[in-house]
Design a protein around this ligand. Structure first.
Ligand code: AVJ
Length: 314
């Protein structure tokens, strides 16, 4: 590695090792998204079984006029976890937004995506900010305080624990700035639906989600210097009805010793590492969380099967 070792690297290592050495081992879902993981996730969004992206897009398309009318003109769109900015691009176009700020941990790709946006919409001032919004990042100091809209599509909020969600939503509300002139929050929520649909969406026939899940081990190997062999782990997705969430796990296919500098642990056959929760909120439950975070009013739009909701809250 050519990059100098930083205190953030240290914190990441400590966090991962702490999770791996628990009686019920886990790795935070954010480590699914290295370079390869992000590419695999994009492949997931095109799978026939993964309805999430397609249904959200169809809701945004079908109800575009009404969504745009609800939000209003002259917006400053802020997107945490912007990635390739594809969803923001069509939103900014429809809204005829004034400014766009994409925030993401990996700034390189974001920078390119943001440049493509400005090329496509010459009137739009588009900028990239490197940062982790869950840890409180800084927006450009010259960003207008008026008419701010936080855009959080894709049901990404479903990856957080319900007890973190209110804090996160409050944080988003704080980004909107003071005053009554806020444009609000536009957020995508994946709703509860038949278990076989969820099961297929998180365990597709082509095995892309399995590769995506196993790839977390290669990412972890690079971060903490461990020697996980992904071939010795099987992908498992289960719907936990009690918590209304899809869980991803990696199941050990044989007994194995995994080592890393300064430690390691034994895994027995069948032992699992929990890698992701994807919560499915009933609309009313999510609206209560929004209210707790200070969003008193909302409008929402769904597909005809009520699989996915796009909510505008303010
Ligand atoms: C990016 C968090 C919305 O939970 O559906 C896709 C991630 N995990 N397949 C989701 C994911 C497995 C995805 N989110």
């Amino acid at each position: 590695m050519s990059r100098p070792w930083t205190s953030t690297d240290r914190a990441r290592c400590d966090e991962i090792v702490e999770g791996l050495t628990r009686p019920r081992p886990m790795i935070s879902a954010k480590y699914l998204y290295d370079e390869r993981g992000s590419r695999l996730f994009e492949a997931i969004t095109r799978l026939p079984e993964y309805y999430v992206t397609r249904v959200e897009q169809s809701v945004m398309q079908r109800h575009a006029e009404s969504i745009v009318a609800s939000i209003g003109a002259d917006c400053v769109v802020i997107e945490p976890g912007a990635g390739n900015c594809e969803k923001a691009r069509s939103l900014c176009l429809r809204l005829q937004a004034r400014e766009f700020v994409g925030v993401d941990i990996s700034a390189e790709h974001l920078q390119e995506a943001v440049q493509r946006m400005s090329a496509y919409m010459p009137w739009l001032r588009a900028r990239a900010v490197a940062g982790d919004f869950t840890r409180g990042m800084e927006l450009p100091s010259d960003l207008p305080l008026e008419r701010r809209l936080v855009f959080y599509p894709g049901s990404s909020i479903g990856n957080f624990e319900p007890d973190q969600v209110v804090a996160l939503l409050s944080h988003m509300r704080a980004l909107l700035g003071p005053g009554a002139n806020r444009a609000g929050l536009l957020i995508g929520i994946d709703l509860p639906k038949p278990v076989h649909v969820l099961q297929a969406a998180y365990d597709d026939a082509a095995g892309i989600t399995a590769a995506f899940n196993r790839n977390i081990l290669e990412h972890v190997n690079r971060i903490i210097g461990s020697d996980f062999d992904p071939a010795h782990w099987k992908h498992r997705a289960i719907f936990n009805a009690q918590h209304s969430r899809v869980e991803m796990h990696l199941v050990a296919l044989r007994p194995q010793q995994v080592r890393w500098p300064g430690g390691g642990r034994m895994f027995a056959t069948g032992e699992r590492i929990h890698t992701e929760n994807s919560y499915k909120y009933a609309l009313g439950d999510f609206v209560s969380l929004l209210a707790k975070a200070g969003f008193q009013q909302h409008r929402h739009w769904c597909d005809e099967q009520d699989w996915f909701a796009v909510i505008h809250a303010w």
